[in-house]
Write a protein of this length. Sequence first.
Length: 354
Amino acid sequence: MIERLEATLAKYNQLQEELTKPEILSDVKKTREYSKEMSSLEDIVNCYKRYKKVLEDIESTKEMTKDPDLGEMAKEELKALEDEKIQLDGELEILLIPKDPNDGKNVVVEIRGAAGGDEANIFAGDLFRMYTRYAEKQGFSYQVYNSVDGTAGGFSQIEFIIKGKNAYSLLKYESGSHRVQRVPVTEANGRLQTSTATVLVMPEADDDIDIQINPSDLRIDIYRSSGCGGQGVNTTDSAVRITHLPTNTVVTCQNERSQIQNKEQAMKVLKTRLYELELQKQLEEAGAARRSKIGTGDRAEKIRTYNYPQNRVTDHRIGFTTNNLDRIMDGALDDVVDALIQEDQKRKLQGEEE
């Protein structure tokens, strides 16, 4: 571990030195690239510097324990320092786990009502509110780019972007099938019903990601918007549907005010979809890495149940249960997200040890 930490510190110092050179500072791309890499190492470097300082303090405090006047006080201080060393050991282990390069990115989220008819669409609307309330609590923003209303409320489909630092690192475990158990408002006889909605979470493909899209591979359709884009949205042919023919990937954007804006947004989302396809392909090729993840990330995988009569939420992948469904549906997802992150870190540590 120390060898890896020393190598990380050396790399950080090298980058710091490079960023003082005029030829680097005059190159915007290189400056951005080096600054980004330095930022990714900062937490490890700061933690390691604290760790080295604690080791030095332990050695000097051990000497003080031999002093007849200061010995007892030094022993207490030594115990505190050794406890801090153990804590920093754990922090450094986690920091050294190879990071997902997408963790810092914005996320594109798609929610669809699945089994359960109108109730599934209503539940899709509830999940949309849950995620957007959570985003707001994190200080993130969100933007809907396509939505299809359910006939009895909610959405048969809604697609949106959540923007914020490390948004993907917090929400990447949400892809899969979410199941709700409750008495639907559409149920006249008051019977308990189980319905599902599916969620897909993808890292937004930014300018650093090189996804080549050949214009001749695209079919672009323009039609009249039906979403909630504001005044005038239903009176002009401003909605855009782009089909990427080689992969049969379809992206629709209708919530911007103009055709040009909708097309720009649709192209961004298409790039994200194609990037996600590439990521899935890489994961399938690295089968062991995929198995070590929490869940497969597939839309069809059953990941969580929301039981309204018992006010209970259960995440089936990690066996996590909490009786705070009401708070979770209002965006208080922190306990669930923290449990998923901790389990993911634990599995990665076990994988490294093996």
